[in-house]
Structure formats: structure tokens, C-alpha cells
Design a protein around this ligand. Structure first.
Ligand code: ATP
Length: 541
């Protein structure tokens, strides 16, 4: 991560207890992360903001024409290890693969599209010099490797003759691999041809451990909603259109996990399946796509850093009529590049039909049950009736599905990156000092308010503790701090994104007022103690 802003964010996350490398005392595990005391609160707030918007506080502001203005949104929590047939019918067993290449020299394995490089004029030939990196870090890494390859010193980069701009290895023809210098190799031509690698983590159930006991950790939460479609319809009297949502862990054996928590092997998803009548599905698709984009803006992402990217026809899955990604300009990417936060997909009737009939494939533009060599369905569906009967219209149909699928860890990382600011502020002696501040939306901030006694005597600590307890009682995350000069205490709270700091001083003891300092404007206002809780409550709404 060459961008110094990203380095600072990663180091702040560790220093202040947001995010740690998993099992760090044993050297850490690539692709696994632990959330510390503040990180767990931040992530819980992200989850809560999503759940509230989708389920508990869900409220229709503008719906597609002709659609009901209120509908049901319900939640489920389903198992991480589902029946293996689920993954066969969903297509994950056969198709949830990334292309990988192996390096014969270093025995390393890379995801094809994560290896990037540039053509360099070399003594005999041109060489595609590669690294696994993005943005400025990529340029730095390939330059370093090119210098080494040509036996040049670090100050001789101007002697390098580049023949192309950076490109992914996926764009290089396999018959040119003899000229590719793999990311850690010493000479070109050590990469194998690309192969498929299934991303699902395999495990075995029970004590026998035979192939018949093989099972998989879910690579997405969505299938939990599809297999429970009938249960939810039968048990909760929901009427189409309606949504079923879930937040939970998913697992993908990513070949090259990287960019901090952005690409992990264990991560959390926030997914919703919205079931609707086929004739209205395109409008609902547009509705959810726009609504989900706005959710990030409402929670503090600047619109200049967030795009809604509609997939081109050739990017769409074989069943999808439309897909859009919400993407964020993460600091580890080059200017103008964006990383996916969420995908909103129109999935048609693919999922419910697959779980009824068996794995589907496309033939002559139609979705049909895929046949095995014996002419029977390759993977049997459940055979259960997953259609919906509209008793008013007297119509039976397979609902279409719109799926907004977001990553909780990626959203949390985007909120952290967006919130990160540095500025200069005078310290207690009036000397300008660098200030790190996380300008998190108050709803997302791990601690909403900090209470300080100005000095540790004259009844101020007791008064401050009383205010602290009043916040706790109202269910508002608060902190109490009486150590160090007041300026230092402000800095500590700015760094972790606490929006309000309250100071109890000499005047408080006579007139029951305190100063309330705003993290972003730095304005300090005098407020009566009795108004404090409702003031902060209002800001959290
Ligand atoms: P990518 O193309 O980045 O691998 P994807 O398109 O495969 O992502 P989806 O299958 O659409 O991702 O999953 C929905 C969301 O889950 C993504 O938008 C992302 O926020 C999150 N997600 C997917 N894979 C990972 C991962 N390895 N680490 C963290 N979050 C992930």
C-alpha cells in the first residue's frame, strides 16, 4: 500500500484498536482480520444502520408506479454449512472459480487478474514485468523488479524503456507466458497455464471423513434466503413484493487476499433477496440500485468518491438481466479506479427455479435444466414447489428476485477511509500540531460522546461521572476521561471519531452548564446539563 494515507489508516486501526491482523502473535494469517474494542462497535453500527434501513425502520419514500407503498421486509439467520446440494444447484460447485496460475520457480500461486505488469524492453526480447499490487504501489514494484532484472541501480530508473502501460496478466495470451516475469521469480517463463480454482472452503461432516461427507462453508449468505423462501411465505403471511434479509459470515478461499480487509477469506455480508412479480422486476431493480447508492451517501461517503456502475452486457452472469455495482475510490487504488462495495443484481427467476428443478444453464438464450451424460438433470433440485400464488389476481408464478449484496467489512473500511482526515490545530500551549480525526457519521462512531472533568478536584470528576452515567442509562455509548491536559483528551477522541466532547469546569459547579465541543467544526457551546442527552439523541437520529 504505497499511498501514505492507506498506511496511516492501517496503523491507526491497529494503534487505537479498530482492526488487528488475526493470530498476530503467531505471525498472522493472510486474509483473516480481528476487530478490536473500537472496531467491533464501528462494525456493529454499520450492521445496525443497514438492518434498520432494510428491516426495522424500512419506509417507502417513492416506489415504482403501481407498486404498493408499504411491503414486508423480514430477516433470517441461516446456517453457514448448508446442504451440499444447495451449492450444486446454485452453480457454485461447478462455477464459483477464479483463474489461477502457479509459479514453477517459487511455488507461489496467484489469481490471474491480480497479477499486473508492464512490457519492458530487455536485452534480448521484451519482458512483461509483474507484481501483485494496485495503483502507485504497482508502478513502484515493477520498476524495482525491472531495475533488478537489468542489473541497474535504484537511481537509474530513467534508463528503463517501457513498451506499455500497466495491464492485467489476464489480458496476456498464454503463448506469451515465456516472456512473463512472475511476481517473485528471478527469470521469465516460470508460470503455468491458467487453471480454475474453486473458492469454496471444503470441510467434512462427522467422524468418517469420506467424500460422501464433504460439505462447504457458504461463500455467500443469499442461498439461505432462497432455500427458506417457502418457509417464510408459509409462516409469516408475507405478500409479494417482499424482501428477506440476512447478515452473516461468508467464506471464500481467495487466492490472493490483499488490500487490508477489502479482500479477506472470512468476511461478513449484508444481503437481501427481494421477491417481486416478473412484470415489475425491472422497476424494482432500478429502485433498489438507486436506494442502496443513497444509503452510503447518507452515512457519510462523499458523492465524488462513490459511483454506481452499471455492468456491460458481457459482464453479466448468464441469468442476470441487469447488475450494478456501488464502488468506492479506496485510497489503495489509482486515481479514477474504484473498488466494489456492493452489487445489486436482477437475478430473474434463476435461484428459485434452480432449487425446484436442478442446476440451470443457458441454451439458445433460454435457462434450461443442465443434463448430465446420462441425459438426466446433472444436479437434482429439491422438487419442492417454490412458486407463489397471488390469491387476489388468482395467478401462480415464480417470483423474480432483486438482490442487493453488500460487504459489511468493505463498507466499514470505506467509512473509515472516508472519515480519515489530517489537519493542524493549536495544542494547549498554542503550538500548531498535526491532528488526526475520523469524521465518522455520528450514527457509526463507536463512541458518541466523551465527558471530561477540567481538573481532578473541586467536585468536577463526580459531576462528570454523573453525566457519563446519564448517557449510559440512555443507551448512548459514552467515555469518561480525566487523564492529561484537555487538548490531549480532545485529540484522543478525535482520532477515534467521537463526535462530541463535554467538559465540566468551574462554572458547571455553580450554574449546571457544560461546554460541548463539536469534533468537525471545533465549535464549543455552553449547554445546560439537563439538555445534553436529548441533544446527542437528536444528532443520532
Ligand atoms: P469481487 O469481484 O470483489 O471479488 P464479488 O463480485 O465476487 O466481489 P459478490 O459475490 O457480489 O462479490 O459479494 C457481495 C459483496 O460481498 C461484495 O460487493 C463485497 O462487498 C463482499 N465481498 C465479496 N468478496 C469479499 C472478500 N473476499 N472480502 C471482503 N468482502 C467481500
Amino acid at each position: 500500500m504505497a499511498d501514505s494515507r492507506m498506511d496511516k489508516i492501517v496503523s491507526l486501526c491497529k494503534r487505537r484498536g479498530f482492526i488487528f491482523q488475526d493470530s498476530e502473535i503467531y505471525g498472522g494469517q493472510n486474509g483473516f482480520w480481528d476487530y478490536g474494542p473500537l472496531g467491533v462497535e464501528l462494525k456493529r453500527n454499520v450492521r445496525q444502520a443497514w438492518w434498520a434501513d432494510m428491516i426495522t425502520e424500512h419506509d417507502e419514500l417513492s416506489v415504482p408506479e403501481g407498486a404498493p407503498t408499504s411491503f414486508d421486509m423480514v430477516g433470517v439467520e441461516t446456517s453457514i454449512i448448508m446442504h451440499p446440494q444447495v451449492w450444486k444447484c446454485s452453480g457454485h460447485f461447478d462455477l464459483f472459480c477464479d483463474k489461477m496460475v502457479d509459479c514453477k520457480e517459487t511455488k507461489s500461486r496467484y489469481r490471474l487478474d491480480h497479477v499486473k505488469g508492464r512490457w519492458l524492453e530487455s536485452k534480448a526480447d521484451t519482458v512483461f514485468v509483474t507484481a501483485v499490487a494496485d495503483g502507485p504501489e504497482l508502478l513502484e514494484a515493477v520498476t524495482k523488479r525491472a531495475l533488478k532484472l537489468l542489473d541497474l541501480r535504484s537511481n537509474q530508473a530513467d534508463r528503463l524503456v517501457w513498451k506499455s502501460e500497466p495491464a492485467s496478466l489476464a489480458t496476456i495470451a498464454v503463448d506469451q507466458y515465456s516472456s512473463v516475469l512472475a511476481p517473485d521469480a528471478t527469470k521469465p517463463g516460470t508460470l503455468t497455464d491458467p487453471r480454475d480454482f474453486n473458492l469454496m472452503f471444503k470441510t467434512t461432516l462427522g467422524a468418517l471423513g469420506t467424500e460422501a461427507d464433504a460439505a462447504y462453508l457458504r461463500p455467500e449468505t443469499a442461498q439461505g434466503m432462497f432455500v427458506n423462501f417457502k418457509n417464510v411465505c408459509d409462516s409469516s403471511r408475507v405478500k409479494i413484493p417482499f424482501g428477506i434479509a440476512q447478515i452473516g459470515k461468508s467464506f471464500r478461499n481467495e487466492i490472493t487476499p490483499r488490500n487490508f480487509t477489502f479482500r479477506s477469506r472470512e468476511f461478513e455480508q449484508m444481503e437481501m433477496e427481494f421477491f417481486c412479480h416478473p412484470s415489475q422486476s425491472l422497476e424494482w431493480y432500478r429502485y433498489w440500485r438507486d436506494r442502496r447508492y443513497q444509503w452510503y451517501i447518507r452515512h457519510g461517503i462523499a458523492s465524488g468518491n462513490l459511483i454506481l456502475r452499471e455492468h456491460a452486457k458481457d459482464e453479466l452472469s448468464h441469468y442476470s438481466v441487469g447488475t450494478a455495482d456501488v464502488e468506492y475510490a479506496f485510497p489503495f487504488l489509482d486515481t479514477g479506479e474504484y473498488g466494489e462495495l456492493e452489487g445489486i443484481a436482477h437475478r430473474g427467476d434463476f435461484d428459485l427455479r434452480s432449487h425446484m428443478e436442478g442446476k440451470l444453464c443457458k441454451e439458445n438464450g433460454q435457462l434450461v435444466v443442465e443434463k448430465g451424460p446420462d441425459g438426466k438433470p446433472k444436479y437434482q433440485g429439491s422438487g419442492k414447489d417454490l412458486t407463489y400464488f397471488d390469491d387476489q389476481a388468482r395467478e401462480r408464478f415464480v417470483p423474480h428476485v432483486i438482490e442487493p449484496a453488500a460487504g459489511c467489512d468493505r463498507a466499514t473500511l470505506a467509512f473509515l477511509c472516508e472519515a480519515f482526515h489530517e489537519d493542524q490545530q493549536p495544542d494547549d500551549k498554542g503550538v500548531m500540531q498535526e491532528r488526526l480525526v475520523l469524521k465518522l457519521h455520528p450514527k457509526l462512531a463507536p463512541i458518541k460522546v466523551a465527558i471530561f472533568p477540567l481538573i481532578k478536584k473541586e467536585g468536577m470528576p463526580e459531576k462528570a461521572a454523573e453525566i457519563y452515567r446519564a448517557f449510559k442509562k440512555a443507551g448512548i455509548a459514552a467515555a469518561y476521561d480525566q487523564q492529561a491536559a484537555i487538548g490531549r483528551r480532545y485529540r484522543r477522541m478525535d482520532e477515534i471519531g467521537t463526535p462530541y466532547c463535554i467538559t465540566v469546569d468551574g462554572d458547571t459547579m455553580t450554574n449546571d452548564t457544560v461546554t460541548l465541543r463539536d469534533r468537525d467544526t471545533l465549535q464549543q457551546d455552553r449547554l445546560p446539563i439537563k439538555e445534553l442527552v436529548s441533544f446527542v439523541q437528536e444528532k443520532l437520529r
